[in-house]
Unconditional design. Structure first.
Length: 174
């Protein structure tokens, strides 16, 4: 059963990542939507496209698996952290090497990162590995969520947050 849940998570995280990708093109005034979905084409906002669906799936997984696996939240936290690290670690060297962005390569990096993140979740759940516990893991997930929200509206002026299309940072009021 666990394997099928992980496979479903991979599919759903990628599907909702794609759906959330296109919300920034909608002329909506929903600030809450912007906390959960992308507001521009920056790398940071693409990390949010993986984080948001995986966060929701973490809580679904908790209710499905908590009686069998004592480390559901912690395992998913590590999977999320893997994805958040893998996307820029794969994207920037490949972009530097190719000298331009290739959309299907970027999509492949996103999908591969989500798959590898969930392989990590699967292995941690099976081995019942726990380093920091569920309470601290939950607290860190909430903190990361708030950081995504804050940096959507008040991004640092560094490359990770810069929209390569508009040259601007974060949510642009309009």
């Amino acid at each position: 059963m666990l394997l099928w849940i992980i496979i479903a998570n991979i599919f759903l995280a990628n599907l909702f990542g794609v759906i959330f990708h296109y919300t920034h093109k909608r002329k909506t005034r929903s600030l809450l939507l912007h906390v959960f979905s992308s507001v521009n084409e920056s790398t940071w906002e693409h990390l949010k496209l993986a984080f948001t669906p995986m966060l929701f799936l973490t809580f679904l997984n908790y209710f499905l698996l908590r009686n069998t696996y004592p480390n559901v939240i912690e395992s998913n936290l590590y999977g999320l952290l893997m994805v958040i690290l893998l996307i820029p670690l794969l994207y920037y060297p490949i972009r530097f090497f190719l000298k331009r962005e290739v959309v299907f390569v970027s999509i492949g990096i996103f999908i591969l990162s989500v798959i590898l993140g969930y392989i990590g979740v699967y292995n941690m759940l099976l081995k019942e590995i726990s380093l920091i516990g569920e309470t601290i893991s939950f607290t860190l997930l909430v903190l990361i969520f708030f950081l995504f929200g804050i940096f959507t509206f008040f991004p640092p002026k560094i490359f990770l947050f810069k929209d390569p299309v508009s040259g601007k940072y974060g949510h642009i009021r309009g």
